[in-house]
Design a protein around this ligand. Structure first.
Ligand SMILES: CC(C)(COP(=O)(O)OP(=O)(O)OC[C@H]1O[C@@H](n2cnc3c(N)ncnc32)[C@H](O)[C@@H]1OP(=O)(O)O)[C@@H](O)C(=O)NCCC(=O)NCCS
Length: 318
């Protein structure tokens, strides 16, 4: 068995298989289009690799993708070193080949390959839809995963934001956001955030539904970015930097109003320690154990904190 970096034809061939896992409600042709468009996006062009585990005859046993994303590790002197972390996505074994340890072997080989070839590698990260057990075998540890479900509404006139953000405002919005004050964190670049908006654009077109008018908002020094998940009828908060309880309420109210206008059922926010007490006090806010997307981390160098001590904003998901 050996690891192969897929070429374009091999990637398209894999799309036909992975449709079974991730295609619904798109048709096969629409899913192939989705994959082509996502791969053509600047973030993917710059950071994406598709990995295949092949047997001696070249048959593909299982596959996954990695996206490179910036991460920051604090040293003993208090200074951060910028490195690379790798988000593992789309781990897929065809049904007839499952249960033989292929996905586990792929996880092991990809991590070893990253350690060997990427001098700045800090961590491998994935968001498991199949629980923690399979990936723990390959050295991944999970972080707690809670969501806040917030109702959508017309927006309260008393809770105004200073401005709503459009796609082109993402770089400036990211630049004004405060980074976490923790030993290790991942921080997206604007292209990575735009990749989420590209997903929104693709699904809006293919499922023929309107996009929300705004992808975020600012109030005082606080900022939020969000994206529509058309498939699930949700607006997901990608990043939230709220400097006060009032700001958090105003930003999430604005998100709810946008969700309402776009015909979505709820706003979903991944819980983060900094804003959790404020979010918990919002009217009708519900805390839910997250289904799927369980953040898991495998250090690719020494000195990383436990996974539970690493913050995961939704923008870091792939
Ligand atoms: C998950 C998947 C990649 C595993 O591939 P595989 O080659 O069979 O993996 P391995 O043989 O190394 O490990 C199989 C383990 O995964 C577990 N597993 C598979 N699907 C699971 C699920 N939906 N929930 C929980 N565990 C699951 C199996 O029970 C098995 O566990 P066991 O060995 O303790 O009995 C494969 O089932 C698949 O492609 N599923 C559909 C796509 C998907 O959900 N991918 C994961 C996204 S995070």
């Amino acid at each position: 068995m050996h690891l192969v970096v897929a070429d374009e034809a091999q990637k398209t061939e894999r799309d036909r298989h992975t449709y079974a896992a991730w295609g619904s409600p798109l048709t096969v042709e629409q899913f192939l289009q989705r994959e082509q468009r996502l791969r053509a996006h600047p973030w993917s062009r710059d950071t994406l690799r598709t990995w295949l585990l092949c047997d001696g005859s070249g048959r593909v046993l299982t596959s996954c993708e990695t996206f490179r994303t910036p991460s920051y590790l604090r040293g003993p002197d208090g200074q951060y070193t910028r490195g690379d972390s790798f988000v593992i996505a789309s781990v897929f074994t065809e049904p007839a080949l499952r249960g033989h340890g292929h996905a586990t072997r792929l996880m092991d080989l990809v991590a070893t390959e990253l350690e060997r070839t990427q001098p700045g590698a800090q961590a491998a990260v994935l968001y498991s839809d199949v629980g923690a057990r399979i990936y723990r075998r390959s050295g991944y540890q999970e972080a707690p995963a809670w969501d806040w479900h917030l109702p959508v509404g017309q927006g309260d006139a008393g809770l105004q934001v200073d401005s709503l953000l459009e796609d082109a405002d993402v770089p400036a919005a990211l630049a004004r956001m405060r980074r976490p004050d923790v030993p290790f964190y991942l921080w997206p670049e604007a292209a990575q955030v735009d990749w989420h908006l590209e997903r929104e654009r693709i699904y809006a077109e293919l499922l023929r539904r309107p996009r929300p008018k705004a992808c975020g908002a600012v109030v005082n020094a606080s900022t939020a970015l969000w994206a529509m998940m058309a498939r699930y009828g949700e607006l997901v908060v990608l990043m939230l930097d709220a400097r006060s309880e009032e700001d958090a309420a105003a930003l999430l109210e604005a998100a709810g109003a946008q969700a309402h206008k776009a015909g979505l059922a709820r706003v979903v926010l991944w819980e983060e320690a900094g804003t959790m007490p404020w979010v918990a006090r919002l009217p009708e806010a519900r805390r839910e154990a997250r289904e799927g997307s369980l953040p898991m981390v495998r250090p690719l160098r020494e000195g990383l904190p436990a996974a539970a001590d690493i913050p995961f904003a939704r923008a870091l998901w792939a």
